[in-house]
Structure formats: C-alpha cells, structure tokens
Design a protein. Sequence first.
Length: 323
Amino acid sequence: MTNENLTERSGKTRQLLGMKGATPGETSIWKIRLQLMKPITWIPLIWGVVCGAASAGGYSWTLEDILKAATCMLLSGPLLAGYTQTLNDFYDREIDAINEPYRPIPSGAISVPQVVTQILVLLFAGIGVAYTLDVWAGHEFPMITCLALGGSFLSYIYSAPPLKLKKNGWLGNYALGASYIALPWWAGHALFGDLNWTVALLTLFYSLAGLGIAVVNDFKSVEGDRQLGLKSLPVMFGVGAAAWICVLMIDVFQAGIAGYLISIHQNLYATILILLIIPQITFQDMYFLRAPLENDVKYQASAQPFLVLGMLVTGLALGHAGI
C-alpha cells in the first residue's frame, strides 16, 4: 500500500472518529452522524464507569453484572457523550468554520434539522436507558436517571448561550472534566453500590485533573476562539503558559489523590498511582511542553493512558477500603 493510500485511510479514520486531521468528503449520512458523535471521546466515559464499578465494591463477574456494566457504558459513551458532542458541534458551527471547516455542519454534509433530530434522539434514548438501569438495579430513588438529566443539562449550558460555560476557560474546562470523570464514575458506583458524599467529593477533586485534560483540547482552536471572543486558557494566558497550567493541574491533583489514599491506609495503591505519574510527566516534557500546538494529539496518546490507569487504581483502592 502506498504512502498516499495510507494517508487517505488515516484521514478517513480520523474523520469517522471525530479527530483532528480528518479527510473531508464523506457522503454516507450514517458515517457523518457517527462523526458528529466523536467516538474517540467515548473512551474516558466508558472507563469512568469501570472505575465507578470498582470503587463500589459490589461488582461481580456474573453475566448479569457484565450486561449492567455494558448498558451503563452505552449510556455514558455513545448515547450521552454522543449527545454532548453533537450538541457542541451544533453550537460551535461558526468556530468550526474557522478551525475545522471539514466538520459535518460547516461543510454542509448534514443539515441543521438532521442535527437537531440526532440531538433529541440521543438525549431521550440516554434518559430511557438510565431509567432502565435504575429499575434493573432496584433503586427506590432513580439516581442514575437524575445523573443523566443533570449531565445532559450541564452539557447544554456548556455549549449553548446564554450561559455557554465554555466561554470561561476555568469554569468550562472544569465542567468538561467533571463530565468525563465524575459523572460516569458516579453512574458506575450507583449501579453496583451506594453513591456517597465521600466518593462524590473525591471524584470532583479528581476532575480538577480532568480540567487539565480539557485544556489540551483548546489548543487546536486557539485562532477561532480568539476571533470569537472565547476565553480559553491558551487565549487568556498564551500557549506556553497554558501548557504549564494544564500539566500542573493534571499532576498536582493526581498527587493529591495519592496522598488521600495514604491517609486511608491504601499504601500499595498510592504507590502504584505515584509510579504512574512519573512516565506521564516524562511525556509531558517530551511532547506537550515543548510544542503544544504540534504535539497535542501525540501527547494525549502517550501520557493520558497513565492518567486513566491511575483512575482505575484509585477506584480499586476505594473499593478495597470500603469507602
């Protein structure tokens, strides 16, 4: 296969997954709909459900629990993350016309009424699946349904005017970080245990590391954000300073979680978490801090696996401690 063919195939794959560097020109409406849902963004939410199930301490490797977990992953990933990403593309179509004109809406590959229909279908399907999980788990109070409704509302005010939280680099990125870490974690925990304030607050603290991850996504749209007055961290502080803020948020708050694990006598898990931070810092220095705009994707691929593994270590520690 020639380099040209490989490049074309890579571009089409990136387009389907909703990644930067996509090749425009897709005509299949279902592939376009999938592109709007950005499957690449589902992974951390699916992983968050796994961490929540681990922290609950009530998951067992039975067929029923596997099916419950898989359904919760469907809820958090394809349905509600897909809803969030489609909604965000809908309200960001002017910015995307500057930064990523190959995206489905600014390129004219899909009409606005079709996009609105997709948003509503994903939203109501997600709420329906959430209620089904509550019934399946025997909840007297529909906790997972409330989480789905709250997360959907947060997604709306993140993307839509007049609030449009993403206009504020700090508030918007924290909302995004909490949506990707705390919300699916809470859903997984509630499905297999009793969600309590300790877990809720700890995962909100962990979401401050997620704020750093969310900032990484702002580097690809600096020019469009600046033109349209969005106060992302790279716009407010400059690319270099924002990169340092990003990595410090990720590393410092993970170290704080390790300190908490030591305080509840989960020393082994705390040690593993600290060991995972070390290669993460190495890749931050190798790629991101030296060239944030060029290496954002490479950095995410190399360093973020250590962050998500650390989340699972934390979940296992909480489940082992019976928190």
